[in-house]
Design a protein around this ligand. Structure first.
Ligand code: ZEM
Length: 287
């Protein structure tokens, strides 16, 4: 067991588990990033409910939200790390793992602070249905991310995470990856979104998504969600899609800031960075 507060030791163990030859595309990275995002993305700024504090996805009410299908894989990958460092809270572990995975896959360093608790405050539990629905349009995307407190630029930057991983027909109903090199963080997603000709198709399961076909009409395996295409087609979002397609450094910088903000939703800290709104610490480590 590591010394409580030794987050470097936890980081190292997360790095070690990213390589998963038997799983998906050989990496736990993308699904860990999605776990971190879904743990935080339930936040509602107006009522100050949801967010990563409490790690509510451990329980059926949040974990069983159809939007979270498949994330049990990410949680299982992290169990040995929790066992080796029992002092870290799940809420800290999940958010830290997302940041470490982005960095290890070639993305930017993301500022991460500890202090979340695993105490589930029933009055803060988010209802299901707060996470975005990939089949919808720009107004839905705005409603969901404005609720968390993000602006249009941050929305586009965050969605650049679709440079990682893939859709699984048995999880979301959508199928395929957004880019070819899907375990390497880059701005390829934006370049393909802006640069390729995308065609709307209906999958055998009835789900509609966009695919890329080459000149011979042969469908490549690349895909886009309707919400991704909405970023390309919206007059404000599209400016940021183009900027990030052209400037990888700008994307990395903006992504790092927006992702750090996402991980902090619902957490308040004092000047020293200590969490001030987690009074009921149960089973959590407090410095
Ligand atoms: Zn995603 N995302 N996402 N996303 N996402 C999927 C996969 C991944 C949306 C969405 O519906 C889906 C953000 C925003 C939005 C990742 C990270 C982030 C999948 C496929 C869907 C359907 C799930 C499956 O079948 O396994 C929508 C509608 C979004 C906003 C409009 C943001 C923001 C993210 C992080 C910052 C990642 C990494 C994946 C890949 C997961 C994997 O298992 O490979």
């Amino acid at each position: 067991m590591s010394k409580p507060g030794n987050y470097e030791a936890v980081r190292k163990d997360i790095v070690k588990l990213l390589h998963q030859p038997e799983y998906d595309d050989g990496s736990a990275g993308p699904v860990l990033v999605r776990l971190a995002w879904h743990s935080a993305g339930t936040y509602d700024a107006e009522t100050d409910t949801g967010g990563s504090n409490g790690a509510g996805m451990r329980y059926e009410r949040e974990g069983g939200d159809p939007a979270n299908a498949g994330l049990q894989h990410a949680r299982v990958f992290l169990e040995p790390v929790k066992a080796a460092h029992p002092w870290i809270t799940y809420a800290d572990l999940w958010t830290l793992a997302g940041c470490v995975a982005v960095r290890e896959m070639g993305g930017p360093e993301i500022r991460w602070l500890p202090g979340r608790t695993d105490y589930v405050d029933d009055s803060k539990l988010p209802p299901r249905g707060r996470l975005p629905d990939g089949s919808k349009a720009a107004d839905h995307v705005r409603a969901v991310f404005y609720r968390m407190g993000f602006n249009d630029q941050e929305i586009v930057a965050l969605c650049g995470a679709h440079n990682l991983g893939r859709c699984h027909s048995d999880r979301s109903g959508f199928d395929g990856p957004w880019v070819n090199n899907l375990t390497r963080f880059s701005n390829q997603y934006f370049r393909l979104l802006a640069g390729l000709e995308w065609k709307l198709v209906t999958l055998p399961n009835g789900v509609k998504q966009w695919v890329y076909e080459d000149e011979d009409g042969i469908s490549e395996r690349l895909m886009m969600l309707p919400t991704d295409i909405a970023l390309r087609d919206d007059p404000v979002f599209c400016e940021w899609v183009d900027s990030y397609a052209e400037d990888k450094e700008l994307f990395f910088e903006d992504f790092a800031k927006a992702f750090a903000k996402l991980m902090e939703l619902g957490i308040t800290r004092d000047a020293r960075g200590r969490v001030t709104n987690a009074d009921n610490v149960k089973g959590g480590y407090h410095s």
